[in-house]
Design a protein around this ligand. Structure first.
Ligand SMILES: NC(=O)c1ccc[n+]([C@@H]2O[C@H](COP(=O)([O-])OP(=O)(O)OC[C@H]3O[C@@H](n4cnc5c(N)ncnc54)[C@H](O)[C@@H]3O)[C@@H](O)[C@H]2O)c1
Length: 382
């Protein structure tokens, strides 16, 4: 599909990626619109933090052009909106994205799974009526557990894998396992998505995204920056380290710091999603794309930030249920096959992130950085 012909609907357009994508696409596609229930703002406020970059009010003159709709509590309204707007592509960001938030208490866990699993299910039932719409759904690389893909076994970029079981070659769904109730919601989503594609002839791209970092996309004006969180619940590691390096609090490395993950700059996330829009899969297909461009351990990231700022680094007890010593061997060929060349390098992007964050350093809330929620899994065994 030519980008200039695409009619794009963004679900979750007030979020970190949703707002950036709107700014990225607005002059590239035929039309882009979006909706949000503004729950991310409420959740961040609830844990005592705010976006480091100030956000416009939800309503009023200066507000963003976002429709207020909720995928879980008012799916009929969302369905009507889809029918009227008639998109070629829907980008689905509208989920609760924080693992620690989902592990806070029973209400956060249930709220996360209800919001993510039920919201996505509602959307799939809507698309059953409109199977020509290409759904681009954000999954996460956190669906591939390191206790399954150990000893350097490759993480696949596919929905099915061939294995030998009881002397027979069989095809099975790609194994997934999660380390938080948020990640479980993503695993459930993935299976529901693939099932619905086969059942109803839908066409979907499941973008299993690595950790995104970055303060802005190229060309974004200073007065339209996307939200930027650094607290222990919603701040992803690179964004959090950059903010921490401006305080006298050492960078908080959880445990040994050898946890290795895939990362992608926010500009490349935008490019990857726009390539997904241009390359819809055939009917009845749920295509898996692993969306990452670099692999680092937490220690490597901490050292890069330290080299830039001279900040201190401190290892603290790991609040998460995760293996700290493991191999990590993800396949990520599709983005390159589609033409995503010269991805941004984290080391080169960190100085400009620091420059973007510095003017807001008086807004940094020091109390929200140390992790409060711990789920080390005292009784957990694989
Ligand atoms: N940011 C990352 O590093 C990262 C990494 C892997 C995957 N992801 C996934 O990408 C997606 C977007 O992430 P993000 O960082 O922009 O998160 P975000 O919280 O900033 O954005 C999600 C937006 O969706 C809205 N929303 C949530 N539930 C909704 C509902 N029921 N109805 C309407 N709107 C709703 C929220 O208010 C929020 O504005 C999420 O699905 C997340 O799991 C993000």
């Amino acid at each position: 599909m030519e980008l200039t012909k695409a009619r794009v609907l963004i679900l979750g357009m007030d979020g970190y990626l949703g707002w950036a994508l709107y700014c990225y696409l607005r002059n590239k596609v035929n039309i882009v619109e979006g909706l949000d229930n503004f729950s991310r703002r409420r959740h961040v406020h609830e844990i005592g933090s705010e976006s480091l970059f100030p956000l416009p009010a939800e309503t009023g003159q200066e507000c963003r052009p976002i429709y207020t709709h909720d995928l879980v509590y008012n799916p009929a309204k969302v369905h009507k909106f889809i029918e009227e707007f008639n998109p070629t592509t829907i980008i689905h960001f509208a989920e609760q994205p924080s693992a620690p938030f989902s592990m806070r208490n029973s209400s956060s866990a249930a709220g996360t799974q209800r919001n993510n699993v039920v919201g996505s299910l509602n959307l799939l039932w809507m698309l059953r009526e409109h199977p020509h719409i290409h759904l681009v759904k954000l999954g996460t690389m956190g669906e591939y557990s390191d206790w399954i893909y150990k000893n350097n076994v490759e993480i696949p970029e596919a929905n099915r894998i061939e294995v030998q079981y009881q002397d027979t070659d069989i095809t099975i769904p790609t194994p997934r396992w999660a380390g938080s109730f948020y990640h479980w919601s993503k695993v459930f989503d993935s299976f529901n998505l693939e099932f619905a594609c086969r059942l109803w002839g839908l066409s979907a791209t499941d973008l299993n995204q690595g950790v995104v970092y970055g303060t802005r996309i190229l060309g974004m004006a200073d007065n339209e920056l996307t939200r930027f969180d650094y607290d222990s619940y919603f701040g992803t590691v690179v964004n959090r380290f950059i903010v921490q390096s401006l305080t006298d609090i050492p960078l908080t490395v959880y445990g040994s710091g050898n946890q290795t993950r895939g990362y992608i700059n926010i500009n490349d996330t935008m490019r990857a999603i726009s390539l997904a829009i241009q390359n819809p899969p055939p009917k009845s297909t749920c295509r898996i794309v692993n969306q990452l461009t670099e692999v680092f351990s937490v220690n490597e990231i901490a050292l890069m930030v330290q080299q830039l700022t001279g900040c201190a680094i401190e290892s603290i007890d790991n609040p998460r249920l995760e293996n700290e010593e493991h191999t990590y061997n993800p396949t990520f060929n599709k983005l390159e096959e589609w033409g995503l060349s010269d991805p941004h390098k984290m080391e080169q992007m960190l100085p400009s992130m620091l420059e973007d964050v510095k003017p807001f350093s008086s807004r940094i809330l020091r109390d929200v950085i140390a992790p409060e929620t711990k789920w080390t899994g005292r009784y957990y065994a694989h």
